[in-house]
Structure formats: structure tokens, C-alpha cells
Design a protein around this ligand. Structure first.
Ligand code: CP
Length: 337
């Protein structure tokens, strides 16, 4: 896969070599993300960061990643504050904003919208999530996290057992991650959800065709020898009504007691975040916060590394990053890690 000048719209664009290429660039970004070094390799470049749907991690980490490479960020957030609310097409918006930017990251509530936008753009476009469809940068950071966490225990993605649970119908992160897993070998997937929120059949078929073992169930029972448990939020914004979403809330709670009962002592706990931390949500409980296997914040941190790697690769400067670096002179406890 040629990255320079490419849009990153779907995980379908990647093969295993391309994933490996991005992961090894991400490794090289650690000194910058950990504030031991700074680089000005993208000095003068501008990121258009367009978020037409709520976001904390993806929007801020795209911006942080670009800033850490020395570039500047211009943002718009929310549909109402953009000219899309006046009926402007995605094509026109893309034509205009791609004149103002060198690269664009975008999130939008409609499936396929980022691809439609990219058709009008004259600069690379990176999909930050399009409706219930895909979230490719999240899938890459999830897979990167899985690789790192399993390596810590002497394991690997090939041959692993991952349990995904919750809303697997509307959760775009599990769709994109599953598609990436099709490129690996002998993965076991236990997919736990209410039947109405099951993983789309097309994705289950792709996993099976890749030679993986896929078990669909609506019950969390017995002892699962999973290496990874990947919890998802009920995507309430994608249901027809709040009442419809409410009936599923809390069905697949993960807390310390449930973890100990159903999982191995070193099963890695992941969640794309945000988690619903309200007590009545019964989702991923705070009583797991001190569990060393809780990887959710390491996962979010890895988002900066992956997005730095994607910016460096799509703008063709991945081999120049260290040439433009200097030491960081301010105090930072990140540099101590
Ligand atoms: N994981 C994720 O996409 O989080 P945000 O919605 O906060 O960007």
C-alpha cells in the first residue's frame, strides 16, 4: 500500500504489511508523545479537524498528534456551527476546506459520508468515524494495543482468543477491528450480545472465511479462556429512541467480581471509550480501575502514536521525523516513563 497522499477511509485498504509499516512508525513516535523529544517535521502544515459528531479522544488525539509533529490545527465541531446546517454539500465543503488544509480528519454521523467528502477533497482525508460504519484509526490503535499487551505476556495476535461484548451491531469499532483481524491467523472470537445487537452477518462471514472460529452467544457463562475482553458501550445515539436503547443497558456489565468469575487472571480488558460511568449504566465498572490488566487508558494513549504515524506516512515524512527533532526543555513526568 502506498501511503503518501492516500485517504484513510476504511480498514479494507490495509494488508498485513501496511499494518506492520504503520505500527513500526508508531513505535518511533514514542519519544515525541512522551515529551522526551520534539519535532518540527510538519512545521507549516495545517490539519483541518472536522468533527460533526461528538468526540473527545479521536478529535483531541488527532489534533495532539499533528501538533506533536510540529503542525497546526484548525477545527470545526458540531453540525450546527458549520455551513452543512445551511444545506451545503459535503463535496463543496471538501473543495473549500481542502484549500485551507494539507490534510483533513473528519467524523460524521452518516455511514459513507467521509468517503463522499473525500471525493471533493484535494488533500488526504482520514476517517474519524462515519456513523455505524467504520472507525479505521480506532481499529488500528486497538490492534496495536492488543499486539503490545499480548507481547507483554509472550502472546501474539495470531492464535489469540478475543471476547467482544455489548452492542456489536452499532459499535463501529468492533466492525473495523474484526475486519483487520481477518488478516491474521487462527483467531477465536466469542461475540456476546443480545440477538438484536449481534455482529452483522457479513462481518461474521468474513471472519469465518478467514479461517477464524466465531461463536455468537447472548449469554456470558462459565469460564472463558479469553486473552482479550473488548467491552463496548450501548450506542444509544444510533437507536430510534432512548427507550429502545435503555432495554439493553447493563446487560453485559464487567466489574471485578464478573471478571474474576469468567476470565483468566491476566485477560486484558479493553474498551474504545467513552465508557458510561453512571452507576445505573452497569457497563465497565470503576472497581477495575486498579486492575493492571485494564488497558483502556494505555489504549487511548496509543491513539496518539497511531495518528502520528498515519499523518507522517500520508504526508510522506516518516523517514524525516528525527532529522527535525530537538530535546524537550520543560518539565514533563511523561518523559520519566
Ligand atoms: N473511541 C472514540 O472514538 O472516542 P471519542 O468518541 O471520544 O472520540
Amino acid at each position: 500500500m502506498k501511503f503518501t497522499g492516500a485517504n484513510i477511509l476504511s480498514v479494507d485498504q490495509f494488508d498485513r504489511d501496511a499494518i506492520e509499516h504503520i505500527f513500526r512508525i508508531a513505535d518511533q513516535m514514542e519519544p515525541y508523545a512522551h515529551r522526551r523529544k520534539r519535532t518540527r517535521v510538519l512545521d507549516g502544515a495545517i490539519l483541518g479537524n472536522l468533527f460533526f459528531e461528538p468526540s473527545t479522544r479521536t478529535r483531541i488525539s488527532f489534533g495532539t498528534a499533528f501538533n506533536l509533529l510540529g503542525g497546526e490545527v484548525r477545527e470545526t465541531t458540531g453540525m450546527e456551527s458549520s455551513a452543512l446546517a445551511k444545506g451545503e454539500s459535503l463535496y463543496d465543503t471538501a473543495r473549500v476546506l481542502s484549500s485551507y488544509s494539507d490534510i483533513i480528519a473528519m467524523r460524521h454521523p452518516k455511514a459513507g459520508s467521509v468517503t463522499e467528502f473525500a471525493e471533493g477533497s484535494r488533500v488526504p482525508v482520514i476517517n474519524g468515524g462515519d456513523g455505524a460504519n467504520e472507525h479505521p484509526t480506532q481499529a488500528l490503535l486497538d490492534l496495536y494495543t492488543i499486539e503490545k499487551e499480548l507481547a507483554h505476556h509472550g502472546g501474539s495476535i495470531d492464535g489469540m482468543h478475543i471476547c467482544m461484548l455489548g452492542d456489536l451491531k452499532y459499535g463501529r469499532t468492533v466492525h473495523s477491528l474484526s475486519k483487520l483481524l481477518c488478516m491474521f491467523k487462527n483467531v477465536r472470537l466469542t461475540l456476546i450480545s443480545p440477538p438484536e445487537l449481534a455482529m452483522p452477518q457479513s462481518i461474521c462471514d468474513a471472519l469465518t472465511n478467514a479461517g477464524h472460529q466465531v461463536i455468537n452467544t447472548s449469554e456470558l457463562s462459565g469460564s472463558l479462556d479469553a486473552d482479550i475482553v473488548y467491552q463496548t458501550r450501548i450506542q444509544q445515539e444510533r437507536f430510534n429512541s432512548l427507550e429502545e436503547a435503555e432495554q439493553y443497558r447493563g446487560r453485559f456489565r464487567l466489574n471485578s467480581e464478573i471478571y474474576t468469575r469468567h476470565y483468566k487472571p491476566n485477560t486484558v480488558i479493553m474498551h474504545p471509550l467513552p465508557r458510561d460511568s453512571r452507576a445505573e449504566a452497569n457497563e465497565l465498572d470503576n472497581d477495575l480501575n486498579q486492575n493492571p490488566n485494564l488497558a483502556i487508558f494505555r489504549q487511548a494513549d496509543n491513539g496518539v502514536l497511531i495518528r502520528m504515524a498515519l499523518f507522517a506516512a500520508t504526508l510522506g515524512v516518516e523517514h524525516l521525523v528525527s532529522r527535525y527533532d530537538t530535546d524537550v526543555i520543560w518539565y514533563s513526568d511523561k518523559a520519566i516513563n
